[in-house]
Ligand binder design. Sequence first.
Ligand SMILES: [Zn+2]
Length: 426
Amino acid sequence: MKGVLSLVLALCLLGGCAKEPQVIDVAQTQQRTAIPGQTQAVAPSPMPAGTPAPYITEATFIVECEDGVNLRESSSSKSAQIGTLQNGDRVKVLGYQSQRFARVQLEKNGQVGYAIAGYLRLEDYSEFGLEIVKPQEKYSYEQMLADTETLAQRYTDLCSMDSAGESVEGRELRLLVIGNVEAPHHVFVQGAIHARDHMSALLCVALAEKLLQQGGEEDVCFHMLPMSNPDGVTIQQGETFSEQVQRIYTSDGEKGLSVDTGTVYLSQWQANANGVDLNRNFDALWENIDSTEGPSFMNYRGEAPGSEPETQALMAYTDRYDFDATISYHATGSAIYWEFGEDAALNAQSLRLAEAIKEVSAYEPLGDSGNSFGGYKDWAMLKRGIPSVTIEVGTRAAPLTETEFSNIFLRNLGVFPAVAELLRNS
Ligand SMILES: [Zn+2]
């Protein structure tokens, strides 16, 4: 892995698939396009002019877009446009800053500016140094099982497999436990609780491989559950409707919810196989959730808090160890949600986690997610008092394209080392 990932430190935390500002910044779209109901909570941070590249020194990225990507003077969609990156242009990434932006240098003329990171794909994936996990757009449940098994066999001294339970349809909630279970510190990491966020599962397993390559983290045991919602991911990635999904599709149509063509509907699937949004099913101000009525592809909270087997499994696993922190990976947005409830001391701990993660990822800590309740992170904080964060990794709306993986992998490479460092020093 020549000259690529000289990573740094830091860490992260909380949230709940929040209503994220979704802004595209491609050349043909000159104005910000926000998803209905979403608001921008925080202005971009001021950007130092010469921020060093924390992750990458030599790698070349290829611009992948339909028309063009705006090159900006600073890391904000409001800043002046100083150029346009065309599909196929080659750039160096000089660093990541301010939620969605990368600082880039255009190879053909040396121009430096800021562009949305999610349109830049690493030219040669071997630069990642991944030997087992392969970047791909639709990371399946079966591939996750295969990769975690291969990692466990390759690194027998450093990790082991475990299970948190089973999904509605009997799929395993597979964990990879990296480090000593007798370690003084424990971190729970989960991804893809929302089906269409499945790139977060790929991210978790890829980060697990890097962590194992580095020999793990001293005194910290990482409990990785890459795919908390394997049934939902399988539905989302499929092209056919089960009888149950067909019933929910019909019902969503009667309710006037999104019922585009079948393929689009499936691609937007967020729930589990029962049509329950698992990140609205936890006992954390659940009664306040603005829920869809009845099973749906998204936003139905279920009949009661903890009604779903996946929810119960996550709660039970959380109680098996004395966790110092939890990290929930979601896909839509480039932000860290760290706040929930009224406990100021706990919120302060979560904020420290978020800030440590920001140091290495340049994701913006945004506090709570506004009107989101009943998420895993919400429950872990409110009911278990564990400092927790949600990291939204993408620059565009889920499901993310393969192009996005380059930026989310590199931005998250420093997260576990940073979290470990924070815990060892706390
Ligand atoms: Zn989500």
